[in-house]
Design a protein around this ligand. Structure first.
Ligand code: HEC
Length: 160
């Protein structure tokens, strides 16, 4: 009697035990799967952020192309440009803008900056931001292209 009763009881336990065993394996497999998938989601998400910050790089890229001599440029800058932009290029209120932090300078190629200095930015220019004249060549027509290239190299060296 006892053996007849215990036999189906034991096989019932075995059945439940094997179901639980399979469930445990499924849960374990799911945990392992999630652990593997999570990092790959993070890896996939990272490149999405990069294109957003990428366009900022070309703006600062021209800063590395200077060919002039910054030391010679500093001497010319001190003679002409410092009168309005200050001895260190940090600007003088109501005279000349800060060239150290200038986004305009950072966004221009050397060629563009050289061309800009030649013509300046009069108050009649819609791009003028202060209502004060930036005279052609800073008002010093004696500055030649080499001088201006050196001045551009100097401006690159002080720019932050
Ligand atoms: C008589 C004063 C004066 C002198 C001298 C002068 N500048 Fe300027 N400069 C200005 C003013 C004012 C501005 C701002 C014009 C504006 O309102 O957009 C300016 C703007 C600039 C800018 C553009 C800055 C920006 O963020 O937009 C550069 C670059 C620049 N000057 C370079 C020079 C260089 C190089 C020299 C010397 C060769 C020089 N300047 C001499 C008055 C001067």
């Amino acid at each position: 009697m006892m053996t007849d009763n215990s036999s189906p009881h034991d096989s019932g336990n075995l059945y439940i035990a094997s179901i639980l065993g399979i469930l445990l394996m499924v849960v374990a497999a799911a945990v392992v799967w999630v652990a593997q998938v999570r990092p790959s989601v993070a890896v996939e998400a990272a490149p999405v952020e990069q294109p957003a910050s990428a366009p900022a790089q070309p703006e600062s890229a021209p800063a590395q192309t200077s060919t002039g001599d910054p030391a010679a440029g500093q001497a010319k800058f001190a003679q002409t440009c410092s009168a309005c932009h200050g001895p260190t290029g940090e600007g003088i209120p109501n005279l000349g803008k800060n060239l150290v932090t200038s986004e305009f300078v950072a966004g221009q190629t050397d060629e563009q900056l050289l061309a800009f200095i030649k013509v300046g930015r009069p108050t009649s220019d819609p791009l003028n931001t202060t209502g004060i004249d930036m005279p052609p060549k800073g008002g010093n027509p004696a500055l030649n292209d080499t001088d201006l290239e050196n001045i551009v190299a100097y401006m690159r060296s002080i720019h932050k």
